[in-house]
Design a protein around this ligand. Structure first.
Ligand SMILES: *Cc1c(COP(=O)(O)O)cnc(C)c1O
Length: 414
């Protein structure tokens, strides 16, 4: 018999999630997820799938017909694109400026790519010239980039890279998981061939669905790969065949056939996650993409003003900061984990830690999605200020909140 004392109905503590993601989901997204299921081929369901495609074209700013969801967290979207586009032996180029660049390298290696990297110090990004030089030298089939790398809080400018990729005949991919909805992204205007994302950052949803958009060039490459039909492995599809996509679940050719007019059976679309993804996009477009980006800029700016005024140092090149995550250098003499624990235990506010070369060196504070709001910024600044004062950090008392108020007055005079 179930030990009821041990297994209560799930009832998570109420937290304000101000880290690098996930963040609190918009209640409207949670309500959409609570909707009853419909059958996989119910006209209502296929109708929702078509709506999701149309809505995400708006979010990605693209006309790409192939704009759909890969079921799984953001990394499922990354894997689907890389597995479906990269043939074993293909050269790929990855400009790495943080942890998620390394993730692209790791996944590309699993695709048996010949991986070339250029590296920028953490806290910096690449100039278009640096990337062009490397493209010229390596001649990759695919350029794999991260737009906003939450590990360093930096935003790689992508505007000019599409043209470079065209000139050297490379496909252009970006992981926009952390940046989409809070920073400008123009898939078509910037010449992107594939973009993948997730819901748990600026889109205000839970993790578990990966919106992806694919250009016609990208589609052509995917379609040129051999698909193995379930149960039919012909002589053409020998093990070790370079043309075969080494995944069924992440075979974007098959996923396109499921989302397209043919509706060929593949997986069972994760219905509740599709409801969530639909509501995330609907809310974003209802607000207006530009307005949402401005909102992230406003509240991220207020957080920055507050942190500056507290006498804390901001990590990385400010000119290339993401609107939605801020790296804050942990002052010497302070135990960063103790601060995070006090924030959580005494204020129920979560801020982020770091990893790799930044472990123990910076906190990461997010203002994104549903939590890109004035009240969240003010609560976080006042709590952080209180905790730091309590631990003897001799910053100017109360200055953070005042600076944030000033920022709001300046940027948003009513
Ligand atoms: C947060 C983040 C992810 C998250 O991937 P999940 O599989 O959803 O955990 C991926 N890429 C970037 C750049 C991120 O910041």
């Amino acid at each position: 018999m179930l030990d009821n004392a041990k297994y209560d109905q799930i009832n998570p503590p109420s937290r304000l999630l101000m880290g690098p993601g996930p963040i609190n989901a918009d209640p409207r997204v949670l309500r959409a997820m609570a909707s009853q299921l419909v059958g996989q081929y119910d006209p209502a369901m296929t109708g929702y799938m078509n709506e999701v495609m149309a809505l995400y074209r708006g979010v990605f700013k693209t006309e790409n017909p192939w704009t759909l969801l890969v079921d799984g967290t953001s990394r499922a979207g990354i894997e689907a694109v890389l597995l479906s586009v990269i043939r074993p032996g293909d050269k790929v180029l990855v400009p790495v400026f943080g942890r998620f660049g390394h993730l692209l390298c790791e996944i590309a290696r699993r695709c048996r790519a010949e991986v070339h990297i250029i590296e920028a110090p953490w806290g910096e990004v690449f100039s278009p010239d640096q990337i062009e030089d490397a493209v010229k030298r390596v001649r990759p089939r695919v350029l794999l980039t991260v737009q906003g790398d939450t590990s360093t809080t930096m935003l790689q400018p992508l505007e000019q890279l599409g043209e470079i990729c065209r000139r050297y005949d490379a496909l252009f991919y970006t992981d926009a998981t952390a940046s989409l909805g809070g920073n400008a992204l123009e898939s078509d205007a910037w010449g992107l061939d594939a973009v993948s994302a997730g819901l748990q950052k600026c889109l205000g949803g839970p993790s578990g669905s990966a919106p992806v958009t694919l250009s016609a060039r990208c589609e052509a490459v995917i379609r040129s790969r051999k698909c193995v039909e379930e149960g039919i492995r012909t002589a053409e599809h020998r093990d070790g065949d370079d043309e075969m996509i080494y995944s069924n679940y992440f075979d974007l050719g098959m996923i396109m056939d499921y989302w397209g007019p043919e509706r060929l059976n593949h997986h069972t679309e994760a219905t509740s996650m599709l409801f969530a993804a639909r509501e995330c996009a609907r809310l974003l477009l209802e607000e207006g993409l530009d307005a949402a980006i401005e909102r992230h800029k406003l509240h991220g700016g207020a957080m920055l003003a507050g942190i500056d005024a507290m006498g804390l140092e901001v990590f990385g090149d400010r000119r290339h900061r993401m609107n939605n995550v801020l790296g804050v250098v942990i002052p010497t003499g302070l135990d960063g984990e103790q601060v995070r624990q006090m924030m959580l235990n005494d204020f129920a506010i979560e801020i982020g830690t770091s990893f790799g070369p930044l472990k123990g060196k910076i906190w990461r504070i997010g203002t994104m999605g549903y939590n890109a709001r004035k009240d969240c910024v003010m609560q976080t600044l006042s709590a952080l200020e209180g905790v730091l004062n309590r631990l003897g950090f001799a910053g100017p008392r109360g200055a953070g909140l005042q600076a944030a108020w000033d920022h709001y007055q300046r940027e948003q005079p009513s």
